[in-house]
Write a protein that binds this ligand. Structure first.
Ligand SMILES: *Cc1c(COP(=O)(O)O)cnc(C)c1O
Length: 212
């Protein structure tokens, strides 16, 4: 199936009120171009280096692209990230919050941010633990002045995602945040049922990624 058909199919499934973040990581430029030609403008990348080599050229042609950082971020790379992305979904510690805050005021433009929550409390996974979320949220908004719009999570691979989506939804409501970035190719339909406002879909749109 063409990228255009696939895009329409996914959009129909999620409905008009849910944002589709097309995840172009490790996909050939030609497929990303096809998505752009089919009208998609919101994209996600999980690696800064790859994003920096790919998106300036596309932006020269399509000025209305919105880019989301969905991967882990190092504070010494925050300047580049804040310059390239419109939204950073992966705030999870004070150091990265400070770095984003400093660089966005230097550059004079404001981004949207999500706090990533490690809902499964997995050792190897990024994200703040649920019990530390309130502190980090207050730090990001009141101390650092960041525009935090919502929460993001990646459920453990071996657990039913719905429980994690429900938890993220509950945490967001408590903080009066109305955006929820949750759901990937395998579970975006479930995520929408649990209130996702944004889904991050890669392989279901573009096909399997380059594994190298
Ligand atoms: C790669 C990635 C996605 C997309 O994964 P698919 O399973 O291909 O849809 C979504 N979110 C994050 C954080 C990712 O790193």
């Amino acid at each position: 199936m063409s990228i255009s058909n696939q895009l329409h199919k996914i959009k129909k499934t999620i409905g008009p009120d849910v944002e589709l973040v097309a995840v172009g990581k490790r996909q050939p430029d030609d497929l990303v171009r096809q998505a752009l030609e089919a009208g998609q403008r919101i994209f996600g990348e999980n690696q800064l280096q790859e994003a920096m080599s790919k998106w300036p050229d596309f932006r020269a042609k399509y000025s209305d692209i919105t880019l989301h950082m969905i991967g882990p971020l190092q504070s010494n790379k925050a300047k580049d990230a804040v310059s390239l992305f419109n939204c950073i979904q992966t705030l999870d510690r004070k150091k990265i919050i400070d770095a984003c805050s400093r660089h966005q005021s230097d550059l004079g433009h404001e981004l949207e941010y999500y706090i990533q929550v490690n809902t499964g409390a997995e050792d190897q996974k990024s994200g703040v633990l649920p019990q530390q979320l309130d502190d980090l949220y207050i730090y990001a908004t009141e101390n650092a002045g960041l525009n935090v719009v919502g929460l993001m999570c990646i459920p453990p691979v071996d657990e039913a995602p719905g429980l994690h989506f429900a938890l993220l939804n509950k945490l967001a409501r408590r903080l009066k945040l109305n955006k929820l970035s949750m759901g990937m190719s395998n579970d975006y339909k479930t995520a929408v049922q649990f209130g996702a406002t944004s889904v991050r879909v890669g392989s279901a749109l573009f096909g399997p990624r380059d594994q190298s």
